[in-house]
Design a protein around this ligand. Structure first.
Ligand code: ATP
Ligand code: MG
Length: 573
């Protein structure tokens, strides 16, 4: 591709509305342009990177035995009503009405559509296992679209759905996808980690997120330094505290006036106790019922764990009115002693003695509360967010926190959709059973953004070879020097003939401008042809990831550049 005949609108200034570096660089490198909030046009360079990711995804999905289809973006409401999600999906689902008043939505995901297809077409165990996938545009009306392609409203996703006759088959399909995802992200040239993710009410460890490791990632990954345990923060389990015998019983409960002290900080400072001596009482509304969840003052409640523990569909923190109704006091003074609502407690709470709690009365707290003596918990379990001080839940080893970007997610669905939508099949004995499903997503645009987040420097993008828009940029520095231009043209033609994606910067621009743009758009290999070098029969080859460039004979330039690109691919195989 010749720069002058292409479209790469680069610019220098850091765009004001782009917070993260991948968003800034994708704008500056002329890869994307915003149309409206969370909706982008892919410019040629951005599209090339996206297509490279898609190609790797497609090759590996095909290799895994999955079958490509393409489903519609617009979906009828009826299917979502059948699955029950019309009610539950919330406002990320962009609902619309056609001219006949029929309701529908823009697909944020395709479980309903694929299940509808399968229930019409697949009736026998002989037709399974099968895994259908597509690469298609999704729409989610995200509450805070930001970070460019990282969290858009309209975005490209690869989504796949597997259908099996039994648990063993479903587990096999899941494992095949897990291995396929490992290959996909490795082939993209990314440093990543598969972590256990929350499965909602399904349970088990049948959900993994694939996280690209980057300090700027939105997600926190918990991993063990000794064993291979890794989970996202939401999911990471906390072991119950070691049995140290029952805690010593404290003095009798005593009420103490705490005028205007509501928060952990205010109450502990006022009473001169540590946060780990306080019991936090949080009132939730779980499927319509008020529930009090207790965690130690220095711990944080984990809503996903609470939801799973309660087996609830919906859990939300109660508002002021409900807190008053349930506890008799305004927010900040709730406590478990004498509370009518159902109480669930984190393990660590039940190991406390001599605790401070709210007194269920305005401006009142209780001291010397002894959990098992002074209140009963209907359930005790792992309800809190893990901390760096906690041991690994698998081996007891030391854990580590790091940051990542979720680029893929695999999930065992079970029979949730097949039961609701009656996707049934006949097994070998003629018995009618619901099909067992799995679903598997990859954010294609987000993968490109994550790659940039992980691989850049102050000058621009450092693309991993497999997903770079161009493998090589050829830079003739003096467009009026015939020898320079002739050498550049020759190298350009030969690299192209060798099957590489090559950008020839044939603009009549100053060398400085060309270098800056080459750094910005980040082709892995750069071949620079300058007037002085060419007199000695030499050009320069430089890796974008390395500081120095090497002088090579003009006759060897193509060979060296090809080898460097090939090494870039080899290193990720
Ligand atoms: P998140 O937690 O980041 O909102 P999710 O868990 O809702 O994502 P999934 O339903 O698992 O997303 O979708 C599969 C993949 O699609 C994700 O792993 C991610 O890579 C990508 N994806 C999801 N939402 C977006 C978005 N708003 N913009 C870009 N990519 C997205
Ligand atoms: Mg996800």
């Amino acid at each position: 591709m010749r720069f002058t005949q292409y479209f790469i609108p680069t610019f220098k200034e850091i765009p004001a509305d782009a917070e993260v570096v991948s968003h800034q660089l994708m704008l500056r490198a002329g890869m994307i342009r915003k149309l409206t909030s969370g909706v982008y046009t892919y410019l040629p360079l951005g599209l090339r990177a996206v297509r490279k990711v898609e190609r790797i995804v497609r090759e590996e999905m095909d290799r895994s035995g999955a079958i490509e289809v393409l489903m519609p973006t617009v979906q009828p409401a009826e299917l979502w009503q059948e699955s029950g999600r019309w009610e539950y999906y919330g406002r990320e689902l962009l609902r619309l009405k056609d001219r006949h008043g029929r309701e529908g939505c823009l697909g944020p995901t395709h479980e309903e559509v694929i299940t509808d297809l399968v229930r019409r077409e697949i009736h026998s165990y002989r037709q399974m296992p099968v895994n259908f996938y597509q690469i298609q545009t999704k729409f989610r009306d995200e509450i805070r679209p930001r970070f460019g392609l990282m969290r858009g409203r309209e975005f490209i996703m690869k989504d796949a759905y597997s259908f099996d006759c039994d648990e063993a088959g479903a587990n096999r399909s899941y494992e095949i996808m897990r291995e396929t995802y490992q290959r996909i992200f490795a082939r993209c040239g990314l440093r990543f980690r598969a972590v256990e993710a929350d499965t909602g009410t399904i349970g088990g460890s049948y959900s993994h997120e694939f996280m690209v490791l980057a300090d700027t990632g939105e997600d926190v990954i918990v991993s063990c330094n000794q064993c291979d345990y890794a989970a996202n923060l939401e999911r990471a389990e906390v072991l119950p505290p070691a049995e140290g015998g029952p805690p010593a019983v404290a003095a009798a409960v005593e009420a103490v006036a705490t005028p205007g002290r509501r928060t952990v900080e205010e109450v502990t400072a006022f009473l001169g106790v540590r946060p780990d001596q306080l019991i936090k009482t949080l009132i939730f509304l779980a499927d319509g019922e008020a529930v009090a969840a207790l965690v130690r003052g220095d711990h944080e409640l984990n809503e996903a764990k609470l939801k799973r523990f309660l087996g609830a569909q919906q859990v939300e923190l109660a508002g002021a009115a409900l807190v008053e109704e349930a506890t008799g006091a305004p927010i900040g003074f709730a406590g478990p002693v004498g509370l009518k609502a159902r109480i669930v407690a984190d393990h660590a709470v039940m190991a406390m003695a001599d605790a401070v709690t709210g007194g269920n009365q305005v401006d009142l707290h209780l001291q010397h509360v002894h959990p098992s003596r002074d209140f009963k918990a209907a359930g005790v379990g792992d309800l809190r967010v893990i901390t760096p001080e906690d041991p690994c839940p698998r081996c007891g080893g030391e854990i580590q926190f790091s940051r990542g970007i979720e680029v893929g997610h695999i999930f065992k669905l079970g029979t949730k959709y097949s039961r609701a939508m009656k996707a049934l099949f006949l097994d070998e004995n003629g018995q009618e059973l619901p099909i067992i499903m799995g679903c598997y997503g990859i954010g294609v645009g987000r993968t490109v953004a994550a790659a940039i987040e992980q691989n850049h420097d102050a000058d621009g993008i450092i693309f991993p070879v497999p997903i770079a828009p161009f493998d090589v940029t050829v830079l003739p520095l003096q467009m009026h020097d015939n020898d320079v231009v002739a050498a550049a043209e020759k190298i350009y033609a030969e690299l192209q003939a060798a099957g590489l994606d090559v950008l020839l910067d044939d603009r009549d621009e100053r060398a400085g401008v060309k270098f800056k743009d080459a750094d910005l758009i980040g082709s892995p290999v750069r071949v620079t042809i300058g007037a002085r070098g060419i007199r000695n029969g030499e050009v320069e080859v430089r890796l974008r990831s390395a500081a120095e460039s090497t002088a090579v004979r003009l006759t060897e330039a193509v060979g060296v550049a090809r080898r460097k690109v090939a090494e870039g691919y080899d290193s990720v195989k």
